[in-house]
Design a binder for this molecule. Sequence first.
Ligand SMILES: [Zn+2]
Ligand SMILES: [Zn+2]
Length: 255
Amino acid sequence: MRFASLGSGSRGNATLITSGKTTLMIDCGFSAREAVKRLQLLNIDPASLSAILITHEHADHMAGVRVMARKFNLPVYTTPGTAGCLPEDVAPYIHAFNCHEKFVIDDIEVEPFPVPHDAREPSQFVFSDGALRVGLLTDVGSITPLIENTLSACDALLLEANHDLTMLEQGEYPEHLKRRVGGRLGHLNNVQSASLLEKIDTSRLQHIMAMHISEKNNCPSIAVPLLAEALGCQHDWIGVADQEAGFDWREVNNR
Ligand SMILES: [Zn+2]
Ligand SMILES: [Zn+2]
């Protein structure tokens, strides 16, 4: 399996995952024009995508979905709650899934799971080719037992490290936004992400990527050492998803 990011952060998110002949795009928080440009940098023809999956309706995850789905005739997989928030003319492309049931898109098995976040029916995913498992978790305010169980024993993890609590508290965000971001239905701070890594089985991990890093309330130089300490690994083993550049293709291999 392979995965890559078109960019990650509060100004737009999109992630690619490939297995066999199947390539899924998870979220499209960039304009369609920008997404096409970024897909080209990763050598992906947008018309060759198998589907778009949407985690939730916030603009940084679905801004480009409508145009991408219509222009390239792409199926859009999401929960019924998220589907209800999309523009009406996306409806013909929607495949609604049950957040508690696995489903298959060609060569990739998708395991959705619900997360606490301030959206209608947000979900995150584990992707599998039957052997390898790649977990994605962003836009989540608190860790549930279901999240711990689902993300245990992944071969690669794309994990939100949104903010540093002190930077958020002392930063320029207005009070209501500080409460939202730091709240139970907001975003994971570095310490929450690190403690998740300490709790779950990470013995199979080939890749860990820090995702959705806030440009205002966090910094890789704070997040990376915390995640590395939790895993007992070198700092340079922790990958970082950048808002502008995302990250290039990474490969997960059978061992
Ligand atoms: Zn987001
Ligand atoms: Zn969100």
